[in-house]
Design a protein around this ligand. Sequence first.
Ligand code: ATP
Ligand code: MG
Length: 389
Amino acid sequence: MLRRLQKSDFEAYLVGGGVRDLLLGKSPKDFDIATNARPNQIRKLFKNCRLIGKRFRLAHLYFKDELIETATFRADHSNAQEHEGKQRNGMLVRDNVYGDLEEDVWRRDFTVNALYYDVFANMIVDYCNGVTDIENKCLNCIGDPNIRFQEDPVRILRAVRLSNKLDLKIAENIKQGIVEHKNLLNNIAAARLFEEMQKLTKEGYAHSAFQQLRHYDLLMYLCPSLNSYIEEHPDSNCQKLVEGALINTDSRIKIGKSITPAFLYAVFLWYPLQAKIQHYIEKDQLSPAMASQEAAGDVIREQVNHTAIPKRFTRRIRDMWHLQYPLTRLNPKRIYRTFQHPAFRASYDFLLLRNEAGEDLQEYADWWTQFQKVKPKAQKSMIAEIQKP
Ligand code: ATP
Ligand code: MG
């Protein structure tokens, strides 16, 4: 498809993470294309093309099981002001001014992300020393981090994520920029932060990403109730539980197993949930069942203000929490219902993690492990066994 664009006398390059990862010797997740062809010109060339986006149109090209995002060169961010591209506080609101390749370079975030690879000429266009930074394993901003982070504070999270995933040293001015501007993350839409949180946790480096978020004091923007809980209860098992789940997530990804955001959020919010339940029981004299209901609602509502977790996941989070009760009570009448619940497997994994993190649940963990191993007849006798006094 690069050839088709080039044959039609357009410039077309591979850009972004794909080129960067190739040069770092990692296998790229995907490739993006940058071109001087306008979106409607791209559409004319490709049948499998869909234009997306209102203000800035991107072309999505579909091939078998792959989607390639093709973006028309855009102009330099600092010129954007002339085009009313910026709000007064320096935040970029529009990024929709077409430009040429050289201009496109300067709107990108980090030097290692601004490499343009011409596949046929086998040549890399590098205006800002991205190749040298890759060789030295350094993460540098394009331009002044103070300005770039004000334009788009999500770049702060991207800096932490990319340096962590790719083992790049973060430049000193980026570190200072993070301290200076991290508060601007409060202004970012919760849907976008959910996406960033996803990227931070699903690339196989979730555990170290979490440590980096803590190090740069950024967790409070993504999951404030967890952050406060850890700060206020440094000796609790909370951090152990969270880190256990993240290590687990990373190893699942390495062996190609599926992961769901519901699981991690259920873990992240478990201790804040317990604190809230306690509060409702002690201060408001609610019954434990009512307190759990109310607290679950509160904790999730507060979290979705920060990262907009889709409904299907919040439902699963509540199910996982709810199932912790029958999993640790072993009521013979509820065993099958619990076992057949769609959230059983995740809830069982959660129970194991709670046990490993120091809650005294070995007896239940063993019982359910055994229950899943044996044939239905033996399951029946296991249930009969509990009924005995
Ligand atoms: P990943 O490997 O995680 O996909 P990526 O760098 O490719 O990393 P994308 O979100 O796919 O990340 O973005 C593609 C490219 O678009 C980036 O390499 C960068 O050049 C540019 N870009 C993405 N987000 C921003 C941003 N917030 N500000 C400036 N440039 C950005
Ligand atoms: Mg990418």
